[in-house]
Write a protein that binds this ligand. Sequence first.
Ligand code: GLA
Length: 418
Amino acid sequence: MAFENNCKLKQVKMKRIIFSILLLSIGIVSMAQKFSNLALKPQMGWNSWNTFATEINEQVIMEIADAMVSTGLKEAGYEYILLDDGWMAMERDAKGNLVAHPEKFPSGIKHLADYVHSKGFKFGLYNCAGTKTCGGYPGSRGHEYQDALKYAEWDVDYLKYDWCNTDKLNPAEAYITMRDALFAAGRPVLFSICEWGNSNPWEWAGEVGHSWRTTGDIYDCFNCEFNHGTWSSWGVSKIIDMRNNDTLRKYSGPGHWNDMDMLEVGNGGMSFDEDQSHFMLWSLLNSPLILGNDIRKMSQQTLDVLTNKEVIAISQDELGIQGFKHTTIDSVNVWVKPLKNNEWAVCFLNRSTTAKQIEFNWEGTTFEDQISAIKAVFTKDNIFNIRDIYQKKNIGTTKKPLKISLNKYQSLTVRLTK
Ligand code: GLA
């Protein structure tokens, strides 16, 4: 009897232990999350795609890293160097591991990551939730945990995760699987969701990634659509109109940003005015600032746009509130963004193909952010100083109407301070 009781006790204890292990493992699984404390401000960096497409190699990337330092871009805040599609061999190895493309990256990815880190940057890679990437290289589907371990082994800090060849995959589930795989691998990785906005990622991705593309691919023009046959890529002004930014802006904030795609500044398809407006709008709308030009060969004008500290300060403002369109006067959009210390950024953008002259009368105007309830009422007693942040000079106060002359797609952006 005593022996039987003893056996039963042991069985009960055993069951309890198994149950606890089960609970613990469920606990561990459900504790999986995205890495916090990353992208608390819209991420800044450089990505290979817009200039090089899949024609990348380790020499070019090392030269870009060097140029990011020597041109002052690093000092201006650009932090990540990212390889887009085309870095892998066409096949996984015998064990199913991703391998670097042998001709383009003969020294391997870890070697390149070490180089990029030695220059003071963080390093990132691209892959895809589907069976193959958009360029036809091995995708992560079915290899998510294995790939995440490989990234950790290579000291990868950033993953852009695309959406080609996904067949009937559920986007939220596919991205959660990769998020969990990265978390399980243990090395903090900024997770950049590139699903093009088709499944309203802003509604589910806040807990999954640090940014999500809201739109299809950008094209190097201000106001065109480039038709590839089955899909199109889009100019700057198409992207800012494509999803209603006023609806999306409530999803944007520290650690989770609406991503309007990488920058085309300096790639030659746009005038100086257009490049400047493009950079400004991405800053005002909290989109990640990921450069896409050849840093080794850019003009001084391009460098000036990309390193304008006063524009970058609008992007990186601590409040992290996405700007919004306040009004339109004779084809000139007035975009505003609340900033710390009750300051405001105001961008006047000429959407017309002809030059425009307008007067903006501050008195009687109210800027009100419906989300944060931050408000500015311009009256005779509530006067702000106006600073032109392109020219970097003060240009008066809100006491008098502002006279604005803008060429086609040109913008004027001011910071209002007390
Ligand atoms: C998709 C993405 C682009 C780029 C390419 C690579 O089109 O949206 O940003 O990564 O794939 O093939």
